[in-house]
Design a protein around this ligand. Structure first.
Ligand SMILES: [Zn+2]
Ligand SMILES: [Zn+2]
Length: 303
């Protein structure tokens, strides 16, 4: 069983306010509990609240936590300086992610906490923090985590986390190659099938996931003026997830310009698209505080 909690579901920049209160204004952060371990995807502003919750839960007990950074754009790391468990000597935090283009992951995280930007430096945080650049699949207590490079204007990983029975994939900030390599939204106008080959590799990475936390920032119409920004129109996300036989798709990384009503519309649109394609894939809109227990329904069915 994998327990998933969403602490931040917004993309690009924190978007507080009444109009975004239902889906939430905090940027990317998702907690997963599997095999007795604490895993976290991304350290956007949502990680601050997660930190407060972990403080209550662990109190004086040591906490070991595995933080997987998809990439180092602000909306995926900006909450880390405010993550209270990183300030206690008793805690151990393993950070994993891709190397940057011309800086190491460690360097990038240090730079965001340079005294010009923040009063406490990374090295002054008291927890044991180890920053690890990864490229390949590895295991932690029987839970495997596999990274996969996405198409985004920074070195960016999706992660496939599996406890042998269930699989959760976190794939945010990804532009379909079929559009970005052609710079036009109609793949059929291009003779080359190379972009489709690359998109197919992504579909294969998603194969049979129980839960896909997938980026759905734009509609195809909005996407027309945002090409090259590294984000997905909802139509391709649903198509890829459907082709990969994903069981449940959580729409994630909501655009700052989309208020709750707009996200509701996106979710309904995605559900309609999935229905038209057929099959049993469920689509939900990820909101701050949402919990999904992956594997619970299967257990019920067996008993
Ligand atoms: Zn982002
Ligand atoms: Zn990004």
């Amino acid at each position: 069983m994998i327990k998933v909690t969403f602490w931040g579901t917004r993309g690009s920049i924190a978007t507080p306010g009444r109009k975004t209160a239902r889906y939430g204004g905090n940027t990317s952060c998702v907690e997963l509990r599997a095999a007795g371990q604490v895993f976290v995807f991304d350290a956007g502003t949502g990680i601050r609240e997660l930190g407060l919750r972990l403080e209550q839960e662990f109190k004086s007990k040591p906490l070991t936590l595995h933080l997987f950074v998809s990439h180092t754009h602000w909306d995926h790391i900006q909450g880390f300086p405010f993550f209270l468990p990183a300030y206690h000597e008793k805690n151990q935090i393993f950070v994993y992610g891709p190397a940057g283009r011309d800086k190491s992951l460690d360097e990038i995280l240090r730079i965001q906490m340079d005294s010009d930007y923040f009063p406490v430096e990374l090295g002054d945080m008291k927890a044991k923090i180890s920053v690890n650049e990864i490229r390949d699949r590895f295991s932690i207590e029987g839970v495997t985590v596999e990274p996969f490079y996405l198409n985004h204007p920074a070195m960016t990983f999706a992660y496939r986390l599996s406890d042998r029975k269930q699989t959760v994939i976190y794939a945010t900030d990804n532009e379909p190659y079929r559009y970005s390599l052609h710079q036009r939204p109609n793949a059929s106008l291009d003779k080359s099938d190379f972009p489709d080959y690359l998109d197919q590799k992504f579909v294969e990475f998603l194969a049979n996931a129980d839960l896909l936390i997938g980026e759905a920032q734009y509609t195809i119409k909005e996407y027309q003026t945002k090409k090259g920004w590294g984000h997905s129109p909802i139509e391709s996300l649903v198509e890829f997830a459907w082709r990969a036989r994903v069981k449940k798709l959580a729409l994630f990384h909501h655009d700052p310009l989309h208020d709750d009503k707009a996200v509701d519309k996106m979710v309904k649109h995605a559900q309609r698209l999935a229905r038209v394609r057929g099959g049993n894939m469920k689509c939900v809109g990820a909101f701050e505080g949402m919990k999904i227990v992956v594997g619970k329904a299967d257990r019920k069915r067996k008993s």
